[in-house]
Design a protein around this ligand. Structure first.
Ligand code: HEC
Length: 258
């Protein structure tokens, strides 16, 4: 009887211990809740801030585009950022696009045109992985839609490079990121204060650049938001006026009865 009881205690203690270990392992993997940012495009009447879009494109072009493509964007789409046709033409021409085949059956390189998609940094995913320690830098043109938490998540990742807590094992060739699932991310911290110089004099702090580039990437993922909101606002107004007219009509029609 005594032996049985002792065994029972032992089993209970072992179970409790394994639970604690499992819980602390889970805690090491957990990511804190995403801090919510103020976005100009939030809410029913949200719109994109053009100055932020231009700064964000600059951050993408000067920093992120070394590793990440924006596969769904064409040069001509940048007209939405208030660039003139000449500016877009010049920007496109500063990139090389593959065209062809020519009459010899060969593909060849030529300066890009506004009608071309913006070329990414690597010819294919295998080359991208080989250059990034086996991890694929994802296409950023849809990433805001593709990740839970959307713009807040991408913003948190860009600001989430903090020193690893004591005892946390950072895998060789990876970096600790507070908000990345599992915390080991293959992306080196891409932003540092003053990494770009903004033409409009905005100070290029890490949170500022992150906020601007996320605004740009949100636009890339949903470029028609402004139109959608404008139409939504008009429909809303129409409905309110409609309800008013119907109410007035109802009172007039029923006035005789009352
Ligand atoms: C030196 C190359 C490099 C640069 C520069 C870089 N990244 Fe990355 N990025 C990566 C790699 C590699 C991954 C894949 C990480 C992984 O899966 O562990 C990644 C992943 C990401 C992710 C996805 C995280 C997830 O949830 O899967 C986002 C978002 C991102 N990068 C945004 C950016 C932005 C924005 C910039 C520019 C400010 C940038 N990156 C610059 C290499 C880079």
């Amino acid at each position: 009887m005594g032996r049985k009881l002792a065994f029972g205690w032992l089993a209970a203690a072992a179970a409790a211990l394994s639970l604690t270990v499992a819980a602390s392992a889970a805690r090491a993997q957990e990511t804190p809740p995403l801090p919510h940012q103020q976005w100009s495009f939030d809410g029913v009447f949200g719109t994109y801030d053009i100055a932020a879009l231009q700064r964000g494109f600059q951050v993408y072009k000067q920093i992120c585009s070394a590793c990440h493509p924006v596969k769904h964007l064409f040069f001509r789409d940048l007209a939405a950022l208030d660039y003139t046709p000449d500016q877009i033409k010049a920007l496109a021409a500063s990139y090389k696009c593959t065209a062809g085949p020519n009459d010899q059956g060969q593909m060849y390189e030529r300066p890009c045109l506004p009608s071309d998609p913006i070329p990414g940094p690597f010819p294919n995913d295998e080359a991208a992985k080989a250059a990034n320690g086996g991890a694929l830098p994802p296409d950023l043109s849809m990433v805001v839609k593709a990740r839970e938490g959307g713009p807040d998540y991408v913003f948190a990742i860009l600001n989430g490079f903090v020193p690893a807590p004591a005892g946390f094992h950072v895998v060789q060739g990876k970096y600790y990121n507070e908000y990345f699932p599992g915390h080991n991310i293959s992306m080196p911290p891409p932003l540092s204060d003053g990494a770009v110089t903004f033409a409009d004099g905005t100070k290029a702090t890490v949170p500022q650049m992150a906020h601007d580039v996320v605004t740009f990437l949100s636009w890339a993922a949903e470029p028609n938001l402004d139109t959608r909101h404008r139409i939504g606002a008009r429909v809303f107004l129409f409905l309110i006026v409609g309800v008013g007219i119907f109410y007035a009509a109802k009172r007039k029609i029923w006035a005789a009865v009352h």
